[in-house]
Design a protein around this ligand. Structure first.
Ligand SMILES: [Zn+2]
Length: 270
């Protein structure tokens, strides 16, 4: 599933093609995504100009010229791709958008867990209900300590809770906890001040590094021009079960809880 670095990479790759561009036509070929697209989705979007491309957490915010926001979440397998010419639609192309530049934007999503809706900022916020952006100044050790004070939850679950911090999923939670030297199952409330500071620091470092490498392509993820990311080659623990730890050479372990795998080094992470 695309996390913050992947969505940010998609945003950056699409911005030159979409900013200031008018939507000429919209074809909905399959409205049944995670939520069924509004009946007037195509009508509301047609004729609007995209003023700016933003992002919050794992969501793309396409700011329209009528102050409304076209919200896009890529779900598990969603891809938003720009094409120079109008090719015949491919299987799973659910929404096709013709742009004033002659380019076309395609939303392709085999598993249909993606989300698309148009609303005012207030309407959008009730849907997304996001915590702070991890790369903003709002995400500090103090903020994290306030959120974990009385919780019995594991630190990894807290970091993946979008209402606490927006955009971190399984890959980057695993990677950042390795860098911070904290075991993913550790009860968050038992962490020292120094450890929470390390976690915040590691979150920012790992996300920035992953953005620099244009995200991680482990299955379907591609940027807005169909290119793969490169951060998957730099994973220290994620998907590395049984391989030696880059720091201590002990073998990386995997633990599965609630259908989700955690990868960690039992020697380096406490
Ligand atoms: Zn180790």
């Amino acid at each position: 599933m695309p996390e913050l670095p992947e969505v940010e990479t998609v945003r950056r790759s699409l911005a030159p093609f979409l900013t200031g561009v008018t939507i000429r036509a919209v074809t909905v070929r399959e409205p049944r995504l995670r939520r069924t697209l509004a009946a007037d989705f195509a009508q509301v979007l047609t004729g609007r100009t995209i003023a700016q491309l933003g992002r919050r957490g794992k969501y793309l915010y396409l700011h329209l010229d009528d102050e409304k926001i076209w919200l896009v979440h890529l779900g598990m397998t969603g891809q938003l791709l720009v094409e120079k010419t109008e090719n015949p639609p491919l299987p799973h192309d659910h929404v096709l958008v013709t742009l004033s530049t002659g380019h076309r934007l395609r939303y392709n999503d085999p598993r249909r867990f993606g989300l698309m809706l148009i609303g005012t900022e207030a309407e959008i916020e009730t849907v997304t209900a996001l915590g702070v952006e991890p790369l903003s100044r709002m995400f500090t050790g103090r903020y994290l300590r306030e959120k974990i004070q009385r919780t019995q939850r594991a630190i990894k679950d807290v970091l993946m809770d979008q209402r606490v911090v927006a955009g971190v999923g399984n890959i980057y939670a695993s990677e950042l906890l390795f860098r911070a030297g904290v075991h993913p199952s550790r009860v968050a409330a038992t962490l020292t001040e120094a450890a929470t500071d390390r976690i915040v620091e590691a979150t920012k470092t790992v996300l920035r590094e992953a953005i620099r490498h244009r995200g991680s392509s482990i299955s379907d993820y591609r940027d807005g021009e169909g290119k793969r990311g490169g951060f998957q080659d730099r994973f220290r623990v994620y998907d590395r079960e049984g391989q030696p730890c880059s720091t201590c050479r002990q073998l990386i372990q995997r633990e599965t809880r609630g259908g989700r795998s955690s990868f960690f080094c039992a020697a380096c992470q406490r």
